[in-house]
Design a protein around this ligand. Structure first.
Ligand code: HEM
Length: 158
């Protein structure tokens, strides 16, 4: 569970994230693809077919991060969007091991874009909040993979 203090810090960063969200997520992809060029393969059949300025993905991810910050007290409100994201992830075969890598890139991007506003309190709170959200998605994605496996096994036995 996230502490009340962490939640308060996350909420207080919602306006700044709304303002710089797209810059942060665009920077995150820049860092991620320079450190892990092989991760491009997950996006090959998505917006990366027409990358240009990164396509709509940075804006979607920024929107998701802002929605998370705004609803940190009421995660039930995000159930629908999280289910949608989990399916997007399993369709592109994203796995649990990739979350810490993307998390480190996201935190670095927050630091780069927010500059002095990225105090150690803000960075610690976002580190905790990212891990919390990652765990929710990882758990659901594992379930979806298991459901898919069960369906394939059942189909093969017919
Ligand atoms: C807490 C962490 C994460 C959040 C909040 C998140 C959020 C999102 C969102 C909002 C979308 C767009 C859904 C849409 O098209 O409507 C998305 C898609 C995607 N994400 Fe993530 N993501 C996270 C972690 C990851 C990780 C670790 C990877 C691994 C490389 C990843 C790879 C992808 C891919 C490949 C897509 C599909 C793009 C598409 O189909 O157009 N994400 N994610």
């Amino acid at each position: 569970m996230l502490s009340e203090q962490t939640k308060a810090i996350i909420k207080s960063t919602a306006p700044v994230l709304q303002k710089h969200g797209k810059d942060i997520t665009a920077r995150m992809y820049q860092i991620a693809f320079s450190q892990r060029p092989e991760y491009k393969r997950y996006f090959e059949n998505t917006w990366m077919k027409h990358p240009l300025d990164g396509g709509p993905q940075p804006a979607r991810l920024a929107e998701a991060v802002c929605a998370y910050a705004l609803n940190i007290d009421n995660l039930d409100a995000l159930k629908g969007p999280l289910e949608h994201i989990a399916h997007k992830h399993t369709n592109t075969r994203v796995i649990a091991e990739q979350y810490p890598v993307i998390g480190a890139c996201l935190l670095q991007a927050i630091r780069d874009v927010l500059g002095d506003a990225a105090t150690s309190e803000v960075m610690t709170a976002w580190g905790e909040a990212y891990n919390f959200l990652a765990d929710v998605l990882i758990k659901r994605e594992k379930e979806i993979y298991r459901e898919e496996d069960a369906q394939m096994i059942a189909a093969a036995r017919k």
